[in-house]
Design a protein around this ligand. Structure first.
Ligand SMILES: [Zn+2]
Length: 205
């Protein structure tokens, strides 16, 4: 077990190839960066939205933590979910992974593109292979934590895994130059309190 005793968890088979799907180029970094960096087996980050410099940042980050990277280059403005479905069907990108791959996708908090990605993942992947990571820093907002609690009660999710990453995780912030304003207002000293949290649906644990 690569990740060490303190972060072993039931229900996630870290030896398997895994896909880490992010709506935008910094979502895996913010929400799951420490866990992914410690995952030593075959791993791939897929960035759904964006192009140009933001995608280059995502590629650079993936390279730094030893992951493959793929981008779909979707312009998600106004996306209600349909764009993402059509793109995947036409390009056959998601489908090639869907049956056998374990996948980590956003729980889908607040941002419509995060919600759209979750919907798409649930359409193409087997539920037993889906792990949900809490979208950071959205999950730290009071109104979103109330929503999470409600979901935990009504839809029977289980906390599969939770860790407070070391502050050194945020040494990668300079990679994300296009997001310098975000990281100015959400700097290392603030972000270091954010945990990385993975949920699964109860039936699949
Ligand atoms: Zn995002």
């Amino acid at each position: 077990m690569i990740l060490g005793k303190q972060i072993r968890c039931k229900g996630i088979h870290f030896k398997d190839p895994c896909l880490f799907i992010e709506p935008h180029s910094d979502d895996i970094f913010l929400s799951l960066g420490y866990i992914v960096s410690k995952y030593k087996f075959h791993k791939k980050i897929i960035t759904i939205y964006g192009s140009g410099k933001r995608i280059n940042e995502a590629k650079k980050y993936a390279y730094k933590i030893g992951a493959e990277h793929e981008s779909y280059g979707i312009n998600g403005k106004g996306d209600n979910g349909n764009t993402i479905y059509n793109t995947h069907i036409n390009s056959n990108l998601f489908i090639k992974y869907a049956k056998e791959s374990k996948v980590f996708c956003p729980f889908g908090l607040q941002h419509p593109e995060h919600i759209a990605v979750r919907i798409a993942v649930e359409q193409y992947f087997l539920q037993e292979n889906i792990n949900y990571y809490l979208d950071m820093p959205y999950a730290m907002k009071i109104k979103n934590s109330e929503y999470i609690n409600k979901q935990l009660e009504t839809q029977k999710y289980l906390l599969s895994y939770m860790i407070k990453p070391p502050a050194t995780k945020y040494n990668h912030i300079p990679i994300f130059r296009t997001q310098s304003m975000f990281f100015y207002y959400n700097n290392k000293d603030i972000l270091k309190f954010n945990p990385e949290i993975i949920l699964r649906k109860v039936d699949n644990v």
